[in-house]
Design a protein around this ligand. Structure first.
Ligand SMILES: O=C(O)C(=O)C[C@]1(C(=O)O)C=C[C@@H](O)C=C1
Length: 265
């Protein structure tokens, strides 16, 4: 029986060149599709190209089907950069990062999720980020969930910026840009789906001795709570669980995080 000879280094490099050319061609083809999409989106009311629900479901699909020796970190980061860059091609925007919990961690979040083509500006606190968004056309803000003070109160009111996503989309141990971060923008034309987490600013008459049981409170400061309503939970039930005189204001929503099990775990 004749054995097929093992491929040479030159053969394998030829294969790599063929694959790279194919990937490059597909990316250019993706650009042609985005070009057509721009025309459709221009005719819609909102000036913003972001569709955070669509982005979250794409990331879920991509990371969910991945296997092989290429680390999932790189797959997530490549597609984040592709999507963020094609969004920028549709309508230019700047990412504003709140560095109150550290410059390096926020820069990693911004670069991992938005790449290097999208301009990145830093601000000393969440208030400055929200102010910058209010005066922009379609910029994005990044605020750490644990940023100091009741920063989310500046998101109350119909025309104020809102939370539209939570990063990282894909949660796993040792994520390279792990700082839990909210993405903010001016209100967008995408109603939350029934499987999204809706965020509420609750202001109690006095600071509570302990946080309400059975509710997710990602952040709190004095009498102000940022409450995350998970699918099935309602603002009416939350109001009943909190003291009389509490005010509740919607401040955005985000997709449920996709939790990736630990490799081998
Ligand atoms: O699907 C869209 O609406 C797009 O604009 C395309 C795209 C992408 O590049 O895949 C870009 C921006 C959106 O946030 C979601 C996805």
């Amino acid at each position: 029986m004749t054995q097929t000879p093992a491929p040479s280094l030159a053969d394998l490099r030829q294969e790599i060149d063929r694959i790279d050319a194919g990937m490059h061609k597909l990316l250019m083809e993706r650009g042609d599709i985005i070009d057509k999409l721009i025309a459709i989106k221009r005719s819609q009311a909102s000036g913003s190209a972001f569709r955070p629900g669509r982005e979250a479901s794409m990331m879920r699909e991509i990371v969910g089907r991945h296997h092989g020796i290429l680390p999932v970190d790189i797959v997530e980061s490549i597609w984040r950069v592709i999507i963020a860059t094609f969004t920028h091609v549709q309508a230019p925007y700047t990412v504003h990062g709140d560095i109150s919990l550290g410059n390096a961690a926020m820069r990693d979040v911004a670069r991992f999720h938005f790449g290097f083509v999208v301009p990145y500006e830093t601000h000393d606190d969440a208030g400055d980020v929200i102010h910058a968004l209010s005066h922009s056309r379609g910029d994005l803000g990044l605020v750490p969930v644990a940023a100091p003070g009741a920063w989310w109160r500046a998101l109350e009111g119909e025309t104020a910026p809102k939370i539209i996503a939570r990063l990282p989309f894909v949660e796993r141990a040792d994520h390279p840009a792990a700082l839990p971060t909210y993405v903010l923008s001016k209100p967008i034309d995408e109603p939350p789906s029934s499987s999204d987490v809706r965020l509420v600013s609750a202001v109690l008459p006095v600071a509570p001795a302990k946080l309400p049981q059975g509710w997710s409170v990602p952040a709190h400061a004095g009498a102000a709570l940022l409450v995350a309503l998970h699918p099935g939970q309602t603002a009416v039930a939350l109001a009943e669980a909190l003291p009389a005189g509490t005010s509740l204001e919607p401040i955005g929503s985000h997709a449920l995080a996709f939790v990736l099990p630990k490799a081998g775990g």
